[in-house]
Design a binder for this molecule. Structure first.
Ligand SMILES: CC(C)(COP(=O)(O)OP(=O)(O)OC[C@H]1O[C@@H](n2cnc3c(N)ncnc32)[C@H](O)[C@@H]1OP(=O)(O)O)[C@@H](O)C(=O)NCCC(=O)NCCS
Length: 183
């Protein structure tokens, strides 16, 4: 039985103060503003989720844009105090489940070439680095890898997903919250 429990639900405007604190702690001067998240919440092509601890505090969040049959992953972040406890993976699983629910076939994202932690999470689910965007990050002109999943409905992807989720559910109990977007 998992010894850690989180709830994952759609992001709401009331979460934004807590999200800003995690952004600042994680990205310093280069964090997204509260307004940027507020704009995302009113974007019909975007879906954002938060992970909450047992005190209903936000401990992580992630978002994606649906573009035709692709999900463009825009952000994922876990509070520094809660890293390496499978919260990031639980959020990533929610992203994949969102794609299954909406018949989205492919997941793509950009990641800093230096961000081996995040790349570890994405490669765990079979995403591959299929290109580089030179100087993509304006703060330090760092390159981005462009990562893609296989078609997530194919057996190869599903086998990786099923194995990872079985292991994930041993480590963390994930309660899925209400799906309505309440702003
Ligand atoms: C990337 C991030 C979201 C991962 O969240 P997390 O909750 O700490 O990660 P998890 O505990 O769920 O780990 C899931 C997988 O990620 C990888 N991973 C996580 N932390 C890692 C680390 N320090 N080193 C190497 N791989 C790591 C591993 O593959 C891990 O699987 P495992 O447990 O089987 O080894 C988190 O480190 C974070 O918020 N970083 C700052 C923001 C950021 O870089 N976002 C990504 C932008 S593209």
């Amino acid at each position: 039985m998992a010894d850690f429990k989180i709830k994952i639900r759609r992001m709401q405007k009331i979460d934004l103060d807590q999200i800003e604190k995690i952004e600042v702690a994680s990205y310093g001067d280069h964090h997204w503003s509260k307004q940027a998240f507020a704009n995302e919440l009113s974007n019909n092509y975007a879906r954002y989720y938060v992970a909450l601890n047992d005190k209903n505090e936000v401990i992580g969040y992630m978002g994606l844009w649906h573009i035709i049959d692709e999900a463009h992953f825009s952000t994922i972040c876990v509070s520094p105090d809660y890293r390496r406890k499978s919260v990031g993976e639980a959020l990533f699983k929610r992203l994949i489940d969102d794609c299954y629910e909406n018949l989205i076939k492919y997941i793509t994202l950009e990641v800093r070439v230096s961000n081996l932690t995040a790349q570890g999470l994405y490669t765990k689910y079979g995403l591959k680095n299929l290109g580089t965007r030179k100087g993509y990050y304006q703060d330090n002109n760092e390159d981005a890898y462009i990562m893609w999943s296989e078609n997530i409905f194919y057996d190869k992807f599903k086998a990786i997903y099923d194995k990872n989720v079985r292991e994930l559910e041993q480590k963390i109990e994930i309660i899925t919250g209400e799906e309505e977007k309440v702003c």
